[in-house]
Design a protein around this ligand. Structure first.
Ligand SMILES: [Zn+2]
Length: 116
């Protein structure tokens, strides 16, 4: 793992400094969404519509969210919400990365018998 290699080589002071820096980079926690945006092109079914020959009308966007043991849930995302939804999804990934890295730092501090 990338984190393990990185943390093991750094001084304890550097790890603590890195942890502080990560906290400052944390996106606002209200601005997160989990899942992924998927594109759909739909055929309208009207006779003679060109969408019958091509991929369909769209793109329309849906937020797909999976839950353990369930089929993914899909919610329509209107065009005007797309940019924000996309940004929130990116925030979620960044939060996950930051948490993972902080956990690695704390694990390394624990190994060194340092104060967490
Ligand atoms: Zn059509």
């Amino acid at each position: 793992m990338r984190g393990q290699i990185k943390t093991a080589k750094q001084t304890t002071a550097a790890l603590r400094k890195r942890r502080q820096a990560l906290l400052r980079q944390l996106p606002p926690l209200r601005a997160v969404l989990r899942g992924s945006l998927i594109e759909r092109y739909k055929r309208c079914g009207k006779p003679g519509c060109k969408c019958a020959d091509v991929r369909g009308h769209g793109p329309k966007y849906y937020l797909s969210v999976s839950f353990p043991g369930q089929r993914p849930q899909m919610d329509y995302v209107p065009q005007e919400s797309y940019a924000q939804a996309s940004a929130f999804l990116a925030n979620y990934h960044r939060v996950r990365q930051i948490l993972e890295e902080i956990c690695e730092i704390n694990r390394e501090l624990l190994r060194r018998r340092e104060v967490l």
